[in-house]
Design a protein around this ligand. Structure first.
Ligand code: APR
Length: 228
């Protein structure tokens, strides 16, 4: 049995990290074209680094909630569980999950736009930081921006080919390719389940849905899967 779980910003909402599209979400406060595209970074790298330094500080100050911990227990208890996240925070890891597939990258990592070298990001990144490998001052957060190819897609689609149960947690299903995973899973004969604060626009694509705060809904679901 292969369970593939896809998480989004909603799983970290109760840890105090904002979502993107809820009423006071990040994209209601910032123009994503300015802070989440390669063009925005090219126009004003300092502004983008400041934006991600603030998000990195928020993450450092956040703690994993019961949903992260429950998924950490599930991943530890069952080899057939694959955890894919759209989130760039490290709350899954701090909640006990290992082998998390970060398809949108990680705030905790830095990337050299000149030579593709990656390293652990300092708390405060600056455009004046030279790349430790090539020395070029072209450092950026190692996160995937709009218009860029998400990471680990081959690994995700290989897993999707074997999936028996696909579970989307805390994601609005707005951004592809992640938004297409439920359809891919169904085409592969999987059952599909949405766990979210409330039904999303994609609800009709799922076989079933359970609604409420992730810190309540996810542990109950994990208890069921683990027969606890
Ligand atoms: N518990 C469960 N779900 C919640 C909670 C909560 N406490 N709070 C909010 N949600 C749900 C919302 O109902 C919504 O469906 O989380 C979802 C958040 O949706 P988005 O803000 O669109 O975030 P996400 O789906 O992760 O966005 C996907 O878009 O901007 C890009 O790269 C960014 O990875 C992100 C991607």
């Amino acid at each position: 049995m292969t369970i593939l779980i896809l998480t989004g910003a909603g799983i970290s909402a109760e840890s105090g990290l904002g979502t993107f599209r809820d009423k006071d979400g990040l994209w209601t406060k910032y123009d994503l074209n300015e802070v989440a595209t390669p063009e925005g970074f090219a126009r004003n790298p300092k502004h983008v680094q400041t934006f991600y330094n603030a998000r990195r500080a928020n993450c450092r100050g956040a703690t994993p909630n019961a949903a992260h911990v429950a998924l950490g227990q599930l991943v530890s208890a069952r080899e057939d569980v694959i955890l894919v996240t759209q989130n760039v925070d490290d709350l899954h890891e701090r909640g006990g999950a290992t082998g998390v597939i970060h398809m949108h990258g990680e705030l905790a990592r830095a990337l050299c736009a000149a030579c593709d070298h990656r390293w652990d990001a300092p708390d405060e990144m600056s455009v004046d930081d030279p790349c430790p490998a090539c020395g070029t001052k072209a450092t950026r957060p190692d996160v995937v921006w709009f218009g860029e190819m998400p990471y680990h897609m081959e690994r995700i689609y290989d897993a999707m080919a074997e999936v028996d149960l696909f579970v989307a947690i805390g994601t609005s299903g707005n951004v592809y390719p992640a938004a297409g995973f439920v359809t891919e899973a169904k085409q592969n004969g999987a059952e599909t389940l949405e766990l979210n604060l409330e039904p999303t626009d994609a609800r009709g694509l799922f076989d079933a849905g359970r609604y409420g705060p992730a810190s309540q809904v996810v542990p109950l679901w994990v208890d069921e899967v683990l027969g606890r």
